[in-house]
Structure formats: structure tokens, C-alpha cells
Design a protein around this ligand. Structure first.
Ligand code: NAG
Ligand code: NAG
Ligand code: NAG
Ligand code: NAG
Length: 491
């Protein structure tokens, strides 16, 4: 087969394509070389742009051998939302505007009437400062319906570059004063590759950072006083060395109302409930103990659930809310312990009487002894000791006794009077006691048993005043401490 004609055809075909492409290229270049071709080019901006970019090298910064390129920045905050404590960040939507001068793009010499050229595109053909947010976690340029950015070239070569961004920025938080805390969140802008002597960032002269509208955050009050600086604080810039860096910060102040209603008030009420115990009779152990235990359990549940419910990270230091919970838990526990002590005092003499009667048959005086109602009188004529049930009244309380009894007197009226001297040992003197008539016996009785009962009663009585009083003092001290004394220590 003769391949030469085929080869020739192929060569011819390729040549024609090549010539065609060259022809197109030359005609496209003629756009700006030949200004008279009015029918091809209508827009003077295009002419200017094509003229400008003819020899433009986007790899080099303006004045690449001269002074550093000054890039002024301006930020308009559209919204700040979802401040997240666990991840210590916040989301912000803003419009970033950069402005710099590129002498190479000065088009005064081409067209005096054209004020500026604007394009919606990224304009990759132009040099742009390599700005990034140093504390950024996530970011994107909004691109509905088209990428939300524009570039504008002014007649004198000033370039304005604007874009709408959403950023998730980290914000180191300190929860020492939580929930009375204030957090300072910083945004730092840095140049990625250019050193200080190449690109220098600066804020616009006036209003470099501005809130477009009032920002409402669910949990925070935003201090409208934004602070900004042309230098990043220690630790906010990423790179060592003289990289240019800008920052601005705002202060978020936590709204307390939620925590007062949801946390401080309920826990205070629990503490107040625990004081009910002091008004319940000492002998009502089940009531007082279960009241105390229930409150402690409720308190513990509230405390444990709080951290995750509030979305707090598990920090290693003590937060103000922890102090509050521990304080309340302390008060509740104290009131339960108070009952344990009071109950012990109340029963102390009863215990010792039991012990005494069990160990040695000594003479003891019971202030009031009467036969238990409904029981028949023991056989007072009996010679031997016998088991009887006695009802002992002390300080208005009744206790049932079962003990060995031997009557001292068989006289009917002694027993009927309801007051008998009790003698564990019948050999010892026959003495009849009426406590109400004998002050010495009364003293002795109160020293032995009723004294501790009296103390117990008084402890309860004092607690009714002391607990509320000390709680009020503690609450005041707590608020003063965390409002005035512990300082906000911004990270
Ligand atoms: C410019 O256009 C004119 C006609 O409009 C033409 O005669 C001339 O050759 C063109 N020049 C170049 C460089 O293309
Ligand atoms: C704003 O904050 C700065 C520094 O924190 C302070 O000096 C200034 O007084 C504040 N301005 C207002 C209006 O609060
Ligand atoms: C940063 O710049 C200052 C002067 O502007 C200079 O003294 C210093 O050495 C520079 N530091 C580094 C790491 O280049
Ligand atoms: C947090 O703040 C407290 C005082 O409010 C301060 O003592 C502590 O050092 C701070 N912690 C950090 C990590 O900055």
C-alpha cells in the first residue's frame, strides 16, 4: 500500500489546524494592537485590560524590588454565631476587603475616562496577597449564585479585592469564671509566604472592623467595642520571624439569666428544702434521713448532668459553677450530718441507761415511770423479780422498756400516783422519788439524760437560724468573689 499520499494528507491537515490557530491568535492580539477595529471590540475596559495584562507577570508582587507592598484590610462582620464551648470555636461570616496598589495596572495612560475595571472572577492572572486566617479551622467562599467575590482595578492601579467568607475560627476560652465568664475571641490574619519586607498588612484607616448589624447570640452579649491591632499578640501568629500579622478581637459576655433560672435557683431551693429537716421532730428518723438523702441525690444528679448539658469541655481546673455545686452539696450534707449528730445526742442517755441496766444493777432514777396504758398492772405482791414492760416518759417523749422489775413499795397509791422509784436491786434502800418535787433529782436527771437531749433540741433550734444565715453569707461571698475579685483572664 502506498502510504505517502495518506501521510501527505495528514501533514496537510495538521498544518491547516496550526495555521488556523495562529491566525486566531494573531487576530486576538490585534484587539489591543489595532484600536481602530471598532466592530470587534466595543468595551474600552476590555481593551485596557488586555493591554495591561500583555506583559503582566502575576508571580511577582508589585514593586518587587522596592518597598514592601502595603495591603490594607477591612472586615465587615455579617454574623457571628454558634459559639461552641466544647470545641472552643465560633462561626463568623464576613466580608473581607483587601486593598493594595499595583503600579503595573495603572491605566491612566490608556483611558482617562474609565474610572475602574471590575470583574467578578478570581482573576488568577493578577498578583494577590497570600492572606490567610491563622486561627481558622474551616472556611469557604460563598458561591451562590456565583462566587461572592470581586476585584476592582482603579485608574491609579489601586486594587480592591473583596469576598464573602464563612469561617470557623478557634477561640481559646477560659472557664474559670463560668457561667460568669467573658471570652475574648480573636481573629488573626497573616501572610502565608511573604515576609515583612515583602508584604505588609495594615488595617484601613477608619472603621477597619465593623459589625454590619446588631448581632444576637443565644447565650452571649457581644461587646460592640471591637479592638484591633496591626500586630498579632504573642502566640496568635503562626510563623516565627517577621511575618506580617493583623488581628482583631471582640468580647463575648455570657448572659447569666439562663443559668440563674436553670441552675442557681433550683439548687438554692434544694438547699432551702434541706432546712425543713430542722423543723421535723428529732424522733422522726425516717422522715429526716430520707429528706436529706433525697436532696443529696437530686443535687448529685444535677451536678453530674450539668457539664454535658451545658456543652462544656472537661477542663482540668475548677469552674465557678463547680464551686457553687460543691457549696450547695456541702450545705445539704451538713444538714444531714447535723441530724445524725442530734439523733445521737438524743439517744445517748437511753443507750447508757440500757448499758447500765445490763451491766450492773445499780440504782437509777427514771424521772417518770408509769404503767403502760392498756397493760394490766404487774403483780405488785409478787416476791420475785419479773419481766415487765415499762413506759418511760422523758422530755415529752415516750419510750417502751422491757426490764426486770421488783417493786419497792407495795403500797397501792405509790403505783397509782404514776411515780415510783425504780430500784434494780431490792436490797438497797426503799426510797420514793417524785421528780417534780425534788429539785436535786431534777438536776441529776437533766445532767444525766436530759442535758444531751436539751443540747440536741438546741442544736436543731440554732440550725434553723444558722444554716440560712451562713448560706446567705456564702452566696454573697460567692457572687462577690466571682464578680469583683477573680479577674477575667483571657487566653
Ligand atoms: C488595523 O486595522 C486597519 C483597518 O481597520 C488595518 O488596515 C490595519 O492593517 C490593522 N493593523 C494591524 C496591525 O492589524
Ligand atoms: C473599648 O476597649 C478598649 C480596650 O479594651 C478601651 O480602652 C475602650 O475604652 C473601650 N471603649 C468603649 C467605648 O467601651
Ligand atoms: C524582625 O525585624 C526586626 C526589625 O524590624 C529585626 O530586628 C529582627 O531581627 C527581625 N527578626 C527576624 C527573625 O527576622
Ligand atoms: C483562666 O483564668 C484564671 C482567672 O480568671 C487564671 O487564673 C488562669 O490562669 C486562666 N487560665 C488560663 C489557661 O489562662
Amino acid at each position: 500500500m502506498d502510504l505517502i499520499p495518506v501521510f501527505n494528507w495528514i501533514c496537510l491537515f495538521l498544518l491547516s489546524i496550526l495555521c488556523d490557530a495562529r491566525g486566531q491568535q494573531s487576530s486576538s492580539y490585534s484587539y489591543w494592537n489595532n484600536q481602530t477595529s471598532e466592530d470587534v471590540i466595543k468595551d474600552p475596559a476590555t481593551v485596557v485590560l488586555l493591554n495591561l495584562l500583555g506583559t503582566y507577570d502575576s508571580r511577582l508582587r508589585p514593586d518587587s524590588e522596592g518597598d514592601p507592598t502595603l495591603v490594607s484590610c477591612k472586615i465587615e462582620i455579617i454574623s457571628i454565631d454558634s459559639v461552641t464551648e466544647v470545641t472552643m470555636d465560633y462561626k463568623m461570616t464576613l466580608i473581607l476587603e483587601e486593598k493594595w496598589n499595583d503600579r503595573r495596572l495603572n491605566f491612566e495612560r490608556y483611558d482617562k475616562n474609565l474610572k475602574y475595571i471590575q470583574s467578578k472572577s478570581n482573576m488568577a492572572e493578577l498578583w494577590q496577597p497570600d492572606i490567610f486566617f491563622s486561627n481558622e479551622k474551616q472556611a469557604y467562599v460563598h458561591d451562590v449564585t456565583v462566587p461572592n467575590m470581586f476585584i476592582r482595578i482603579m485608574q491609579n492601579g489601586d486594587i480592591i479585592y473583596s469576598m464573602k467568607l464563612s469561617l470557623v475560627l478557634s477561640c481559646a476560652m477560659n472557664f474559670t469564671k463560668f457561667p460568669m465568664d467573658r471570652q475574648r475571641c480573636t481573629t488573626a490574619i497573616e501572610s502565608y509566604q511573604s515576609l515583612d519586607e515583602e508584604v505588609r498588612l495594615a488595617w484601613y484607616h477608619e472603621n477597619p472592623v465593623r459589625l454590619i448589624k446588631q448581632i444576637n447570640l443565644p447565650q452571649y452579649k457581644l461587646d460592640n467595642n471591637l479592638t484591633y491591632s496591626n500586630r498579632c499578640a504573642e502566640g496568635n501568629g503562626i510563623f516565627e520571624g517577621n511575618y506580617t500579622c493583623l488581628e482583631f478581637s471582640f468580647i463575648l459576655e455570657r448572659e447569666l439569666t439562663f443559668y440563674v433560672v436553670q441552675t442557681f435557683l433550683p439548687t438554692s431551693l434544694l438547699v432551702i428544702m434541706s432546712w425543713v429537716s430542722f423543723w421535723i421532730d428529732i424522733t422522726q428518723a425516717p422522715a429526716r434521713v430520707s429528706l436529706g438523702v433525697t436532696i443529696i441525690l437530686t443535687m448529685t444528679t444535677t451536678t453530674t448532668g450539668f457539664g454535658s448539658a451545658a456543652g462544656l469541655p472537661r477542663v482540668s481546673y475548677t469552674k465557678a459553677i463547680d464551686v457553687w455545686f460543691d457549696m450547695c452539696l456541702g450545705f445539704v450534707t451538713m444538714s444531714l450530718l447535723e441530724y445524725a449528730f442530734v439523733h445521737y445526742l438524743w439517744n445517748r442517755d437511753m443507750e447508757s441507761k440500757h448499758l447500765q441496766m445490763a451491766s450492773r444493777k445499780t440504782r437509777i432514777q427514771l424521772p417518770f415511770i408509769g404503767w403502760q396504758k392498756g397493760k394490766s398492772k404487774p403483780d405488785v405482791e409478787a416476791e420475785s423479780a419479773e419481766e415487765v414492760e415499762l413506759e418511760v416518759k422523758m422530755g415529752g417523749e415516750r419510750y417502751n422498756y422491757s426490764t426486770t422489775y421488783r417493786p419497792l413499795s407495795t403500797k397501792e397509791d405509790d403505783i397509782e400516783g404514776g411515780f415510783v422509784a425504780y430500784n434494780g436491786n431490792a436490797q438497797h434502800g426503799k426510797k420514793h422519788y417524785d421528780r417534780r418535787q425534788d429539785p436535786v433529782a431534777m438536776d441529776a436527771a437533766s445532767q444525766g439524760g436530759s442535758l444531751s437531749k436539751l443540747v440536741a433540741l438546741n442544736i436543731d433550734r440554732v440550725s434553723r437560724i444558722l444554716f440560712p444565715f451562713s448560706f446567705v453569707i456564702a452566696v454573697l461571698a460567692y457572687w462577690i468573689l466571682y464578680t469583683y475579685i477573680v479577674d477575667d483572664h483571657f487566653v
